[in-house]
Design a protein around this ligand. Structure first.
Ligand code: PD2
Ligand code: ZN
Length: 283
């Protein structure tokens, strides 16, 4: 088991000054045999010791986020594998694209029927341990599907990989979520905050999350918008539509403006399906 000696302290100080991300330092230390918690704490100490980095590290990144060109194609309509998807809105900061007609009504109904009887209370990642916790911030119920589980799921995955312009292998399996009246998912980041020790457990497989597609499986009669509070943006989902947002750029910086949540459902219920994609193959 490794411990943080003077050589490692010097390495950390040097890397912080070179502008390395907290996540890359944690990953390098875990790769060298450190316990993720020990590595996370050492990186946090190194960043915290440098006043210039304090404010930005608290928001999960080092340095100002540089908006580069995203992978989603231009145009008002995108041919995605077997379907023409409509582009309804694009936002540059944060990088958000709203789509219509990603799924047919029948496909949405099929995903709901496959999920209805298998739902379990949703969890979130504990910041220190990386374990899944049930907490009040997230009052939905959910179910995970295996990637390539059957031909139906595989077809949807190919379409979505095409739309997000990213290999199928980089995607996590679909997650279907159900919210009843009053249920919500309070604002959070979908990426794993690099300064939290528990994140290394998740990024060890496939690296960091880079983008999310939230697919709307039904029309919600009241509430349930997907909100980006720091961008002043609220998306009202429509059945078959989806919202895409990207939070990691080519420099591996993370965009804090993608803070987002699911607003409380005020009437009826809400069904969504999520696709998270990683930097590398998620195997
Ligand atoms: O329910 C939503 O609209 C929503 C919004 C943002 C869900 C998630 N994120 C999520 O599951 O990460
Ligand atoms: Zn989210």
């Amino acid at each position: 088991m490794q411990f943080v000696d003077a050589t490692w302290e010097a390495w950390l100080t040097d890397n912080v000054h070179r502008g390395c991300t907290a996540q890359s330092m944690v990953e390098a230390m875990v790769g060298a045999g450190f316990d993720p918690k020990v590595a996370g704490a050492a990186v946090q100490r190194a960043i915290g010791g440098d006043a210039g980095f304090e404010a930005s590290s608290a928001r999960g990144k080092l340095g100002e986020y540089q908006y580069d060109r995203g992978p989603v194609s231009g145009g008002n309509s995108i041919r995605a594998f077997d379907r023409d998807v409509k582009v309804l809105m694009r936002c540059e900061r944060p990088q958000v694209v709203l789509f219509g007609d990603v799924l047919s009504g029948e496909e949405c109904a099929e995903m709901i029927e496959r999920s209805r009887h298998r739902l379990e209370r949703s969890t979130t990642v504990h910041p220190e341990t990386g374990r899944e916790d049930i907490i009040r911030n997230r009052t939905s119920e959910g179910i995970w599907f295996q990637r390539g589980e059957d031909a139906f799921i595989e077809r949807l995955e190919q379409r979505i990989a095409n739309l997000m312009n990213c290999p199928v292998e980089n995607g996590e399996g679909f997650q279907v979520l159900h919210y009843g009246v009053g249920a919500e998912y309070r604002p959070h980041f979908d990426y794993f905050p690099p300064e939290q020790a528990g994140s290394a457990v998740h990024t060890a497989r496939g690296g960091q999350r880079v983008a999310t597609l939230v697919l709307y499986l039904n029309d919600v009669p009241g509430g349930g918008e997907t909100v980006f509070p720091d961008a002043g943006l609220a998306v009202v989902g429509r059945q078959g539509g989806a919202v895409y947002f990207r939070y990691m750029n080519g420099l591996r910086q993370l965009d804090p403006l993608t803070l987002h949540g699911g607003a409380p459902v005020l009437s009826g219920d809400k069904w969504i399906m999520t696709k998270w994609v990683r930097e590398r193959a998620y195997v």
